[in-house]
Write a protein that binds this ligand. Structure first.
Ligand SMILES: C[S@@+](CC[C@H](N)C(=O)[O-])C[C@H]1O[C@@H](n2cnc3c(N)ncnc32)[C@H](O)[C@@H]1O
Length: 248
């Protein structure tokens, strides 16, 4: 990130909320679309948020493969991974949904969990598999959508889904799938974020309050807290929701 952009983000974070909102509205109206076009070129679908509902599974996969070819979408940070591993508890099997290039999956495998990683992008999974090999851990990789997970009911002790729920087309289907396949816990990390039409990612779901996540999963036993997400300050003001839902 350029020094100018970092300084601007810092400066903005000190402003009162209404002023920040006004600046963002001006940016959205006048600059955001063109800036993104210039920055990313043709591979990036600037109008994703307008049209994602009409995309086929093939188009979805293709877009994420392109995204992974052109840029690094590795979001999980060391601090997040440590928190997630601590929340998992006893060793067992984990399904990591939206595994990307495998950072969290590899970390969990190193900690002694039996890990399977799912992602829509075979491009990402290929990278993940190479990294797992380099790290000397055995992980099963599967191509698939969070909305229709390619695994049996209650087949994993734990399900993790980190920086991915905000990318799915159908949130209700995805959360119901996470519930279907987990036996003990579901662990989710997702940004605290307001909807903007133009942005540097393919987000489709926006969580402004932690209650949205809690209601979506509908579990009676859960913990959900707002946390700092240090490296992502440009996109969602550095806040995220960390959700742990208990199934037993
Ligand atoms: C921002 S990346 C996060 C990757 C990783 N979990 C991390 O935290 O670094 C979002 C991931 O979700 C995947 N993805 C997008 N839509 C998906 C869907 N409907 N089901 C499963 N994965 C999806 C993308 O290919 C990408 O790897």
């Amino acid at each position: 990130m350029s020094v100018f952009r970092t300084t601007y983000i810092r400066f903005k974070s000190f402003l009162p909320e209404p002023l920040r909102e006004a600046l963002s509205a001006i940016n959205q109206k006048l600059f955001a679309r063109r800036t993104l076009q210039r920055k990313y070129g043709d591979w990036f679908d600037i109008d994703w948020r307008k049209k994602f509902r009409s995309l086929s599974e093939q188009e979805w996969k293709h877009s994420y493969n392109e995204a992974w070819k052109h840029r690094n979408n590795d979001c999980v940070e060391e601090t997040d991974a440590t928190m997630i591993v601590a929340a998992l508890g006893d060793r067992g099997s984990v399904l990591e949904v939206g595994a990307g290039m495998g950072t969290l999956a590899i970390r969990m495998a190193k900690e002694g969990f039996h890990v399977t990683g799912v992602d829509v992008s075979d491009e990402a999974l290929q990278r993940a598999a190479e990294r797992a090999k380099e790290a000397g851990v055995a992980i099963t990789w599967k191509e698939g959508f969070a909305e229709s997970l390619p695994v049996a009911d209650k087949s994993f002790d734990y399900v993790t889904c980190c920086h991915t729920l905000e990318h799915v087309k159908d949130l209700a289907k995805a959360t119901s799938e996470l519930r279907r396949v987990a036996r003990k816990k579901i662990i989710v990390l997702t940004p605290k974020q307001k909807f903007r039409l133009y942005a540097e990612n393919y987000h489709t779901q926006f969580f402004e309050r932690k209650e949205q996540l809690v209601e979506e999963f509908g579990l009676s036993r859960y913990e959900c807290e707002e946390i700092d997400c240090i490296d992502h300050q440009n996109e969602f003001q550095g806040k995220a929701f960390f959700y742990v839902g208990y199934l037993e």
